[in-house]
Design a protein around this ligand. Structure first.
Ligand code: ADP
Ligand code: MG
Length: 749
């Protein structure tokens, strides 16, 4: 056989993380500029054996659709010959799929330089995407050069990506809430490397931190951390709880146990995950041993009545039970030769639900390290190293195995009691631990009780139950934060703003965009809203300068969206910033495009002529919400075509009342702005009216001596304000009163 020729590595020239809507798609992507070098002359059909080697390593590539649109499409492309840059895209996407971070979107396009390609793929997290790219690159080169690289290497690559997902991406509970928000088209911004996430923008945002929200009271959380205090508050309100007391020594624990009546439980007052909890204690030695086990785990130790029954976890969100799960006790059966530790590893730890990483609903059982297990074994006359007789059933764990869904079984009375418990403690989201024989019967009938109330409860047991249906708890939490009721869908001027959003205006193009941005922000400010502005002049809040550095870019835009006092925001979007970072927001109410100029200076992005600008600036129109509007200059012929991209309304403007696109749009009853008799005309279909409050533009021109603002700019800003529903006479008067921005820094005051 011919020895395959050795090809030099595909060079990764530049990697851009596009964090917002961009020229490829409206979602974040990693954009990679790559140089195939010599491989430019070797599409896949000219690389002997490559296709087979690749598909052996990643069999699921057979399912990839690619342009052809059906499974097998990509394979067809491999056979007929496709460039290796395109193959890299599919390899990376497949590795992400295998690492449980499915991506779906990818594209590879040639550039004006031979052999240089731009490859992009959807990337929810930059670090994860970069890792997947590096691993995919290695795999691909190995397959091209027939280097030793096998299934074990693929598994290692996937593991590397998974580790990155664990390190960098949201934990599973947070991810499910964010996913539910995304489904409702509520945007999110991560506020730290962990699980603190903002849902929604500006003043309409809510925050979550794992399963806590900005409505979770700190006092309530403090109460929930103290089991004794929680129980006393619950008891006051008639919620059944096991009686008990706090003790400070082993002797006192035994005394308390006798008072309460055997059997009892000994546990720390502020522990979690069942650490230091000993159940069903029947004699002095067990109680005293249990005290010693519980003492180091928390600040105090409590003894309480042992409630017979199964362990249950009920999740209450916004006063309603939204999910319930039941626990199982964990047992092993002796075989006469294996130790308890070996039996646990063979019979319990092999359960795929068990593991120590975040995605596992149940933890691994560490027989020797878990004091409660060792004590329970002792009570059965065993130790971790003992060898139980063949067929003997040994109890390993009594609690901590909650994962059988029982949401539909919960009795209305139990529902009422646990909702009450959450309310009494004061938590908007609570995990209530209930011990009961049968959750489908009222608690008082069976002596059941609430044993603990948890703030920030884990959600995994409801998302990945061992048996029964997963429950949409993320959706429940999201709906709790953003009720979708008619009263809540707040009115903003005449403009309906979707839940979690504030009115956003984006301006793209090379003519006067910063003046448009400033004037629109000024008009929003006059209409009584705390308006943010990110433009080339700086970053402003309510006309106050926060940062005087040029702010027509992604980072500055994010600062406005994160600001909880911002009720509306205006962004100047330079073409370069769209190419480098994408838009700062996922969607906006109003998107303005003034012209298709600005191609010069973008050679770095392989843009040299005006015709290419359409693709860049359209991102601004693609991002317009269905209830929003694109405000487009009708004069440049190519620009008007953007109207077909808009999910919302289109408003055309032109200094020339006879512009073709304008006339056609009015024929269709569309809105338009133009100049006549030296005044601004607002037209809806055939109906026309002068903008009130402004009068002839002669006076405005006089004030605008430096000629900073052109008439087209004035029309664009007026159009945006009209689209936002700002009252017309306020727009007119506002334009009259508009002066130069003070750039004094707030900090200097
Ligand atoms: N008084 C009790 N009677 C019966 N079982 C109990 C009692 N207290 C705790 N348990 C069991 O132990 C588990 C852990 O106790 P809990 O108080 O919830 O501690 P943690 O904070 O560690 O979760 C409970 O879910 C329940 O199954
Ligand atoms: Mg508990």
């Amino acid at each position: 056989m011919l020895k395959p020729r050795k090809h030099a590595d595909i060079a990764l020239l530049r990697i851009n993380y596009l964090r917002g809507p961009n020229i490829w798609t409206y979602r974040p992507v990693l954009e990679v500029w790559l140089d195939l070098g010599g491989l430019e002359d070797f599409p896949t059909n000219l690389l002997p054996g490559f296709n087979d080697r690749l598909v052996t390593l990643l069999p699921a590539l057979l399912e990839h659709t690619c342009g052809v649109g059906e499974p097998g499409g990509f394979l067809e492309r491999l056979h007929e010959g496709t460039w290796t840059g395109h193959v890299l895209e599919h390899v990376v996407i497949e590795l992400l799929n295998l690492a449980d971070m499915p991506t779906g979107f990818g594209q590879t396009r040639s550039t004006s330089r031979p052999g240089v390609y731009r490859m992009v793929f959807r990337a929810r997290d930059e670090q994860v995407a970069r890792t997947a790219l590096a691993q995919g690159h290695r795999l691909l080169m190995a397959a091209i050069n027939a280097e030793p690289y096998g299934a074990a290497d693929v598994a290692r690559a996937i593991e590397e990506i998974r580790t990155k997902v664990d390190d960098c991406y949201l934990g599973p509970s947070t991810a499910c809430i964010v996913a539910a928000a995304t489904e409702r088209r509520i945007p999110h911004i991560r506020l730290n490397d962990g699980n603190l996430v903002q849902l929604g923008y500006g003043a309409s945002q809510r925050r979550i931190w794992t399963a806590e929200t900005d409505m979770t009271s700190a006092i309530a959380e403090g109460i929930a951390h103290d089991k004794d205090l929680t129980k006393s508050l619950l008891a006051t309100c008639g919620v059944p709880v096991p009686e008990g007391e706090i003790v400070s020594s082993a002797e006192a624990a035994w005394e308390a146990a006798q008072e309460i009546g055997l059997p009892v439980v000994v546990k720390p007052t502020d522990g979690n995950h069942g650490r230091g909890v000993s159940l069903d204690l029947n004699n002095q030695k067990d109680v005293e041993d249990a005290f010693l086990l519980a003492e180091p785990e928390g600040s105090d130790v409590m003894v309480e009545r042992f409630v017979r029954g199964h362990e249950h976890r009920l999740l209450v969100v916004g006063g309603r039970v939204v999910a319930a799960a039941r626990g199982e006790t964990a047992w092993v059966t002796g075989d006469g030769t294996s130790t308890v530790v070996e039996l646990v590893d063979a019979q319990l730890n092999t359960d795929p639900r068990r593991g120590n990483d975040e995605g596992c609903p149940l933890g691994r059982i560490e027989t020797c390290e878990d004091g409660a297990i060792v004590l329970d074994l002792q009570r059965q006359g065993l130790s971790p190293q003992a060898v139980p007789a063949a067929g003997r059933e040994v109890l390993i764990q009594r609690n901590g195995n909650v994962s059988i869904d029982c949401t539909d079984e919960v009795h209305p009375e139990v529902d009422h009691i646990v909702s009450l418990a959450a309310r009494v403690v004061g938590l908007d989201i609570a995990g209530i631990d209930v011990v009961a024989q049968d959750i489908s019967r009222p608690l008082h009938e069976q002596g059941g009780a609430v044993v603990e109330v948890n703030a920030g409860p884990g959600l995994l047991m409801h998302l990945k139950p061992a048996a029964g249906a997963p429950r949409p708890v993320g959706r429940a939490i999201c709906d709790h934060l953003f009720p979708d009721t008619p009263e809540h869908a707040k009115k903003d001027g005449s403009q309906q703003v979707p839940v979690g959003r504030i009115p956003l205006v984006g301006i793209a193009g090379s003519q006067g965009s910063q003046h448009i941005a400033r004037l629109v922000a000024w008009l929003l400010h006059l209409s009584g809203r705390h308006a943010g502005l990110a433009c080339d002049d700086g970053l402003f809040l309510d006309q106050r300068c926060i940062d005087s550095a040029s702010s027509a870019h992604w980072e500055a835009g994010q600062r406005l969206l994160m600001n909880r006092s911002v009720q509306a925001a205006v962004f100047e979007n330079g073409a370069e910033s769209i190419l480098r970072d994408g838009l700062a927001y996922d969607c906006c109410q109003v998107g303005v495009v003034t012209d298709l100029g600005g191609a010069s200076g973008l050679a770095e992005f392989d843009i040299t002529e005006e015709a290419q600008m359409y693709r860049v600036l359209r991102a601004q129109v693609d991002a317009v919400l269905p209830g929003g509007a694109a405000v487009l200059n009708a004069t440049p012929a190519d620009l008007a075509a953007m109207q077909t991209l808009c999910d919302g309304e289109v408003i055309f403007y032109s200094t020339d009342p006879t512009a073709a696109a304008l006339a056609a749009h009015r024929e269709n009853n569309g809105r338009a702005l133009y100049l006549r008799q030296d005044q601004i005309v607002l037209a809806t279909g055939a109906t026309e009216a002068f903008l009130p409050g402004l009068g002839k533009l002669m006076a405005w021109r006089g004030r605008n001596q430096r000629g900073e603002m052109s008439e087209a700019t004035l029309l664009a800003a007026t159009g945006a304000a009209w689209a936002l529903g700002i009252p017309l006479n306020l727009i007119g008067a506002g334009i009259e009163a508009f002066g130069p921005l003070e750039k004094t820094m707030a900090g200097a005051l």
